[in-house]
Design a protein around this ligand. Structure first.
Ligand code: NAP
Ligand code: MG
Length: 499
């Protein structure tokens, strides 16, 4: 039984679930070459929601062929920038119009709250399409005042062209299925690329619904291709010699495989990978604001965030009070299925993640950590885990070092004399960090020393479409969002004319 049994879904959502879910290749919905499908499940109950076409290497090859043709001979790359702008803006508008439908579908497939999915994932995705719609008309080269020292006495006119990279493979994870797709699709398309999107096996549905939106908006065939499937489809895409670029969000482990697979034709690669982000609370912070913000830092999306602030460093003289307050707030969070409007914390995505996260809970306790709250599964069915606050941890514990991707935080004290920066930077990752203090100089000094791609002060998850986002160290290559994403999906040609 799925969560729909108790919390009815919109008629459009039920219709979509009943319909056939095929691959979008060259503008047409087609079955997988093998004819096979695979089930996608409702994490609140583990029941099958619907079946989806099982795309594999042969389907990826067809999709790459369609994207290649659309790039090399189709109308897309030569279409006027303001025409691409209008199409992308239209996608944003349709997403806004159909926000509730997308939100419910995301909640059913991923387990997150339908309300949060609608207000955050879908609304932000619409904003991302509109932001990059605006960029389509603002991608520019420059004129260069060359000196040409080996050609004295001659005159030159030199300039650069900023051109699309070509055929881009976009591989996304299950934690923000629609949003991660939007972060990649919007800048890639604004810049004139054609794409093949490979959603995560656990959450293929909103990508397919988005495929309908691209068709409704009027994108030419082959510009956006969508192949649902498993890791082997992602591997086929990242190894394909006709693909010019891979943009990937997911685990650091798979990120390294993509780097290997990209070697064949040295395709461009951008990576958004894992994290184990430090959230630093100084004793002079606004206590209540920091408690609430720190809770959001590690618990948002059930802890299934690459930026989750799961190493909580608290100044020693407030450590017990602060961690006690965070644990008390965590124990009051309302757990349930995403389709229940009162739910604040939903299930983990899958049995695999549930086993992984509960394994970390066992390891933490076995190592000697103490759970101020939580420490075990919640309920008897579905992939629910109690929010867990670990104290009495040491830096070498796996719960401090490794990305758990569940509602688990490890809290460590620091003293003002020795500072916190060395401990906070002691990680293979460097995606994000939080700082809580009323001392503005201390905040800026700490921000400068932290080795992380995003630093949020007196807030956490302080994202904006215009702010570049990406990782230091093993958290990734390149920056998504903002103007930086245009760099990811364009390349520069230098043209130099002897007059
Ligand atoms: P993952 O394996 O890295 O999956 C991300 C995407 O890569 C999915 O679309 C996946 O397809 C695809 N993929 C898998 N193997 C591939 C390969 N060899 N070549 C190309 N693409 C491939 O992540 P996961 O297994 O779902 O989650 C594992 C862990 O990764 C989590 O516990 C978490 O720690 C981390 N994670 C991080 C993020 C993040 O935002 N940084 C997001 C998700 C997970 P399939 O889904 O079909 O396998
Ligand atoms: Mg699912």
């Amino acid at each position: 039984m799925t969560a729909i049994a108790e919390h009815p879904a919109l008629p459009e959502v039920l219709k979509f679930l009943r319909g056939s879910k095929k691959l979008l290749i060259g503008g047409a919905w087609t079955d997988a070459a093998s004819g096979k499908t695979f089930p996608t499940t409702d994490p609140a109950t583990g029941a099958t929601l619907t079946e989806v076409a099982h795309g594999q290497a042969e389907d990826i090859d067809r999709a790459v062929g369609a994207a290649r043709a659309a790039f090399d001979t189709g109308p897309w790359p030569t279409m006027k920038p303001n025409q691409r702008e209008r199409l992308l803006w239209r996608v944003g508008d349709i997403l806004s119009e159909r926000a509730a439908e997308f939100g419910q579908l995301e909640a059913l497939d991923n387990g997150k709250s339908a309300g949060i999915a609608t207000a955050v994932d879908v609304a932000w995705s619409a904003d991302v399409f509109r932001y990059y719609a605006g960029w389509a008309t603002k991608i520019e080269g420059s004129t260069v005042n060359v000196s040409m020292p080996f050609s004295p006495g001659r005159e030159f006119h030199a300039y650069t062209l900023r051109e699309p990279v070509g055929v881009c493979g976009l591989i996304v994870p299950w934690n923000f299925p629609l949003l991660m797709a939007a972060w990649k699709l919007a800048p890639a398309l604004a810049a004139g690329n054609t794409v093949i999107l490979k959603p995560a096996e656990q959450t293929p549905l909103t990508a397919l619904l988005l495929g309908e939106v691209f068709q409704e908006a009027g994108f030419p065939p082959g510009v956006v291709n969508i192949v649902t499937g498993f890791g082997d489809a992602g591997a086929a895409l990242s190894g394909h010699v006709d693909v010019d670029k891979i943009a990937f969000t997911g685990s650091t482990e798979v990120g390294k495989k993509i780097v290997d697979a990209a070697k064949g034709n040295l395709k461009k690669v951008s990576l958004e990978l894992g994290g184990k982000s430090a959230n630093v609370v100084y004793a002079d912070a606004d206590f209540d604001l920091a408690v609430e913000g720190s809770l959001n830092a590690w618990l948002f999306n059930h802890g299934q965030c690459c930026v989750a602030g799961t190493r909580l460093y608290v100044e020693d003289n407030i450590f017990d009070d602060f961690t006690g307050a965070v644990a008390a707030a965590a124990s009051k969070v309302k757990i349930g299925p995403g389709m229940d409007p009162s739910t604040e914390l939903g299930p983990l995505i899958s049995q695999e993640q549930f086993d992984k996260v509960t394994g970390y809970l066992r390891d933490g306790l076995a190592d000697g950590a103490r759970a101020l709250t939580g420490g075990k599964r919640w309920g008897e069915s579905g992939y629910f885990v109690e929010p867990t606050v670990f104290v009495d941890v040491k830096p070498e514990f796996s719960v401090v070092r490794e990305e758990i991707f569940g509602p688990v935080v490890a809290a460590l004290p620091f003293d003002a004399d020795n500072g916190v920066v060395a401990a906070a930077n002691n990680s293979i990752y460097g995606l994000a960090a939080g700082i809580w203090t009323k001392d503005i100089s201390k905040a800026h000094r700490t921000a400068k020393k932290l080795r992380a791609g995003s630093v949020w002060i007196n807030q956490y998850n302080g994202f904006d479409t215009a702010m570049p986002f990406g990782g230091y160290k093993q958290s990734g290559w390149g920056r998504e969002l903002g103007a930086s994403a245009i760099d990811l999906y364009t390349q520069i040609k230098s043209v130099n004319i002897a007059l």
